[in-house]
Design a protein around this ligand. Structure first.
Ligand SMILES: [Zn+2]
Length: 58
């Protein structure tokens, strides 16, 4: 349910809410993901893991 191993970790930009796939490091099953250095849309550097992103904020 919560875990979808074939799907990359996604991150949400805290400023403009654009979604980016994380950069993968290592090989399965020990791979990990890191967020982009900066948002390609707004240049922001703050990202939240999509599963921690409040989808019902409003
Ligand atoms: Zn952004």
């Amino acid at each position: 349910m919560a875990h979808q191993p074939e799907r990359p970790q996604e991150y949400v930009c805290e400023q403009c809410h654009a979604v980016f796939a994380g950069t993968v490091h290592g090989d399965p099953p020990d791979h990990s993901y890191t967020p982009p250095d900066e948002c390609a849309a707004c240049g922001g550097s703050g990202f939240v893991e999509i599963q921690n992103y409040p989808s019902m904020r409003d």
